[in-house]
Design a protein around this ligand. Structure first.
Ligand SMILES: *Cc1c(COP(=O)(O)O)cnc(C)c1O
Length: 363
């Protein structure tokens, strides 16, 4: 096998090597059934087994209560920006949106088309380089739901706490930090996550929804856009993204084998600690994000003075050292190391060493 690089991509992102190897071993002949997962009917006994294992793996990892449905949908996290209001909006009860970055901006654009909403908080005036504090969030208490994004993949901010919403359902886009830390699912009405950051390959989106909320939707909504359809069909109303679900199942089982979410949280905090220390301890780099808002998943940093030439050089030289995809998002520039669950600790240490070396040579 040729050398794999340390892949800091924000998404689609690195997958655990043992998962890729397992999929490779089973690729042409899944469990002696004589065909690939990609070639089998989604109604076959083998695929039904995969679907059950995927759902039960996720339920075990997150302790998902029985009154919540687990769905595997298509359309990406981006479709949820409109599916959520289509299904959960109640006439005359504007949605409270906590605006913290590019992904909530996109969600707001869809809400604007579909329902009434208000901003319960926004850090746009600070260019989203910080999160609203809990006491800056003004909830009406009467909203259809409160909407937020738990981890801002592009800006590198992550909520360490969730707002108390009382009886109002909390909806969270957790595309880039689901499964990175323990969650009390019962505090949420709906959680969604595109798989390609911290779950599996692109093509499948996980939705965890309290079943009673799915009953808010009009029966006149297009069938495919109702959560109800997918709850009743067990995510098999139509052909689901079978291979992506299979890969996600392997990732869930890999996580369970490694001690589940509490074990991952420990490693994730350690990885983030090493990287932020490498940034803070060296005047050559800086983090634009206040310590309390920093993401453990997407570490955004810059060369002091926002020196773009040196940042370009950093990305190029890092890549020559097998440290790949460190360029910041095109909308904000700078540097970004995405270190999801599957990203190995030794890669983080290698980056920290490379940073110290680069600073010394170029400082
Ligand atoms: C990547 C990302 C999205 C968009 O996901 P798609 O699956 O490409 O639609 C939405 N929200 C967050 C937080 C993301 O990181």
């Amino acid at each position: 096998m040729t050398n794999r690089v340390f892949n800091f991509s924000a998404g689609p992102a690195v997958l655990p090597l043992p998962v890729l190897e397992k999929a490779q071993a089973e690729l042409t002949n899944y469990q002696d059934c004589g065909m690939s997962v990609m070639e089998m009917s989604h109604r076959s006994k083998e695929f039904t087994g995969i679907m059950e294992r995927a759902e039960s793996g996720l339920r075990r990892l997150l302790n998902i209560p029985d009154d919540y449905a687990v769905l595997f949908l298509q359309g990406g996290a981006s479709l949820q920006f409109s599916m959520v209001p289509m299904n959960l909006y109640l006439q005359g009860k504007p949605v409270d949106i906590i605006h913290s970055g590019s992904w909530t901006k996109k969600a707001i654009a869809e809400h604007k088309k579909l329902c009434e909403y208000r901003l319960a908080a926004s850090t746009e005036a600070d260019n989203f380089l910080r999160l609203p504090k809990m006491d800056e969030i003004e909830l009406t208490g009467e909203a259809s739901y409160v909407y937020m994004c738990s981890n801002n993949t592009i800006f590198g901010t992550q909520f360490k706490q969730f707002p108390e919403t009382g009886g109002v359902p909390l909806v969270a886009d957790m595309s880039s930090d689901i499964l990175s830390r323990p969650l009390d699912i019962s505090k949420f009405g709906l959680i969604f996550a595109g798989a390609q950051k911290n779950i599996g390959p692109s093509g499948v989106t996980v939705v965890i929804v309290r079943k009673d909320l799915a009953e808010r939707a009009s029966e006149n909504l297009p069938t495919m856009l109702q959560y109800r359809t997918h709850i009743n069909g067990g995510s098999l109303y139509n052909t689901p993204p079978t291979f992506a679900i299979y890969m996600s199942m392997l990732v869930f089982e890999w996580l369970l084998e490694r001690g589940g979410i509490p074990a991952m949280q420990k490693i994730n905090e350690e990885k983030a600690r090493i990287l932020y220390q490498a940034i803070d301890d060296n005047g050559f780099f800086y983090s634009p994000i206040p310590a309390e808002d920093r993401s453990t998943m997407n570490v955004v940093f810059r060369v002091a003075g926002d020196n773009e030439e040196l940042e370009k050089k950093f990305v190029a030289e890092a890549a020559q050292n097998q440290l790949c995809t460190l360029k910041g998002h095109r909308s904000v520039g700078g540097l970004r190391a995405s270190i999801y669950n599957a990203f190995p600790l030794e890669g983080v240490k290698a980056l920290a060493d490379f940073m110290a070396d680069f600073a010394q040579k170029n400082g």
